[in-house]
Design a protein around this ligand. Structure first.
Ligand code: NAG
Length: 578
């Protein structure tokens, strides 16, 4: 009975949102011909490996490296990721596992989950951890079954007294959730269970990413015992014409403080965040809204746009991210995967692919309209050997070096103060797409107020540099701040994706200084504008500006002068990244 009404609802749902069913396919391309079948050592010339951004061990090649099931257990941080032990391209996916006490230095462990049951014999894909009220962690993950269907499975620690949780046991009941003809879910678009949360009725909820035609949906399941799951008649939420929703993440944020809250928290001073990873564009976007505990539905706030043109965690390379609640420090931490911008052939040549962004603390901005992100404080213990630049005015054409540090592995914080807005150009209302605007007005294009900012991983003669900068435009009585990361001159090697990225930054430059923090790590340029209101991460592969040859400059190419109030820059010590 219940099943046929499910199907009817789903049928209406798909009628409402789409036109007829199209066969769906999994999104991952398999490069079987490019896998050499055995792990091999990396070549010694590795200018692009990171010093403090998490990477798999150097003697192994990795494939796409989504963060999985981050959590804290008995004071130890656990991190799992999708790993290909056999090649630098996607395939043969297992769950690799590392632990840390500080989110900076990591120790690898044996693979936590790899194909063994019929329910995951063709792959162990992404999933999430939930800490049950008795403190016991459980993992829900997507398995690929013998028919190549995506199903949801569960694994539990074998020995809870082991803080490293080395051994995981799969439930004999797996799969716990599967697509069947009567529940109208397409078996090739049914993946990535979230951390589960408990509703007011004590039952558990979890969402699974999916799509109906081209509409993304967050399918909701409920359970009393975490083992038997029933699909709800309505999804938690859906989005029109977004394509598949991968790696959904759903969590509460406090409206009164930057403190993180547990996923199962219920209360007054909370807003909710739904993040989805868009398979079609490889971007993570999110909305902020309300969660109706009775109806089990999520509704984004007015103005919180449900599409790729809405809010993004990061306006550069950052995908398949996931948060967890750190109960030891009462904060919510975001992990995201940073893809390469080089060709698959290059990845195979260098023997690895994919790194993780620095874990970010995430909280609700005072405006309640967006999130704010900031690298976890622990990373600051790697700072050493500070570089120096005194506060000064930057006239048109200024370019000043920040010396005395290792500019290929650094952390830079800079603030700009604008006192004269006379030179600001008028903002044109047709400029809707910040990325497009940044590529039309890249760092070489002179402006009024801006471009001003940093040139990182720059070669001595500026044959190569990556520019992270601002432009300020006048719009009626207010100002618009554009933040850009321009990779167009990042490398003399033409074989890389050098897309320029951009974001509008919600800061009023009349009232506030414009701050920029950039984490530089050989092939990563991870930038936080306005104290973390807009983040842009880029991958670059300089040929000249590597290791000790890399330089760091502050520049202004606009006709209007800007003041630099503070510059703090440090070399970053290498972390034990695995
Ligand atoms: C990774 O980056 C490459 C190069 O820019 C791009 O072609 C590819 O689509 C990206 N893949 C994912 C999964 O983001």
């Amino acid at each position: 009975m219940a099943t046929s009404s499910h199907c009817l609802l789903w049928f209406f749902f798909s009628l409402f949102f789409g036109h007829g069913f199209v066969p769906l396919e999994a999104s991952h391309q398999v490069y079987t011909h490019l896998q050499n079948g055995s792990p091999s050592a990396l070549t010694s010339d590795q200018p692009y490996r990171t010093g403090y951004h998490f990477q798999p061990p150097s003697h192994w090649m990795n494939g796409i490296c989504y963060p999985n099931a981050p959590m804290i257990y008995k004071g130890i941080y656990h991190f799992f990721y999708q790993y290909n032990p056999l090649g630098a391209v996607w395939g043969n996916i297992v769950w690799a596992h590392s632990t840390s006490t500080d989110l900076v230095n990591w120790t690898p462990h044996k693979y936590a989950i790899s194909p063994s049951q019929p329910a995951d014999i063709n792959g162990c894909w992404s999933g999430s951890a939930t800490i049950l009220p008795n403190g016991k962690p459980v993992i829900l993950y997507t398995g690929i079954d013998p028919e190549n269907n995506q199903v949801q499975n569960m694994a539990v620690p074998k020995d809870l007294s082991d803080p490293f949780l080395e051994e995981w046991t799969k439930l004999p009941q797996n799969p716990l959730m599967e697509s069947t003809s009567y529940n109208c879910i397409d078996a090739s678009s049914f993946r990535d269970p979230t951390t589960a949360w408990q509703g007011t009725d004590g039952r558990w909820r979890v969402i699974i990413g999916s799509k109906v035609n081209r509409n993304g949906i967050a399918i909701l399941y409920r359970s009393k015992d975490f083992v038997h799951w029933t699909k709800a008649e309505q999804p938690l939420h859906s989005g029109k014409k977004t394509g598949m929703w991968e790696c959904p993440d759903f969590f509460p944020v406090s409206t009164t403080s930057a403190t993180g809250v547990d996923t199962s928290s219920i209360g007054k001073n909370l807003k909710y965040v739904l993040k989805v990873s868009l398979d079609e564009t490889k971007h993570d976007y999110y909305t902020i809204g309300s969660y109706n505990y009775e109806k089990d539905t999520y509704v984004p706030d007015k103005g919180s746009v449900d599409s790729d043109s809405g809010l993004r965690y990061d306006y550069g390379k950052f995908y398949a991210s996931k948060t967890f609640f750190d109960s030891a420090k009462n904060r919510r931490i975001l992990w995201g995967w940073i893809n390469e911008s080089s060709s698959v052939e290059h990845d195979i040549e260098k023997g690895w692919s994919g790194v993780q962004a620095i874990p970010r603390n995430v909280w609700l901005d005072k405006s309640r309209k967006q999130l704010v992100q900031w690298p976890v404080a622990e990373i600051e213990k790697l700072r050493s050997n500070p570089g120096h630049l005194s506060s000064r005015g930057l006239k048109e054409g200024s370019k000043v070096e920040v010396g005395g540090l290792t500019a290929s592995q650094a952390d830079v914080e800079i603030s700009f103060k604008i006192s004269d807005f006379e030179e600001a150009e008028v903002f044109e209302e047709s400029w809707r797409d910040p990325q497009l605007l940044c590529s039309e007005k890249d760092a070489s294009v002179k402006g009024g107020l801006g471009p001003f900012g940093l040139m990182v991983l720059a070669s001595e003669g500026l044959e190569e540099y990556t520019a992270v900068f601002f432009r300020i435009f006048k719009r009626r009585t207010k100002y618009v701040v554009l933040m850009c990361s321009d990779q167009s001159r990042s490398s003399l090697d033409e074989d890389n994706d050098k897309t320029t990225y951009g974001a509008f930054l919600n800061v009023d430059p009349v009232d506030e200084e414009l701050s920029l923090r950039t984490l530089i790590d050989h092939s990563i340029v991870e930038s936080f504008g306005g104290g973390g209101k807009a983040c842009i991460t880029a991958r670059v592969y300089p040929t000249l500006a590597t290791e000790d040859e890399a330089r760091l400059f502050v520049f202004n190419k606009g006709t209007g002068s800007v003041g630099v109030t503070t510059v703090s820059a440090w070399s970053m010590k290498s972390a034990k990244i695995n």
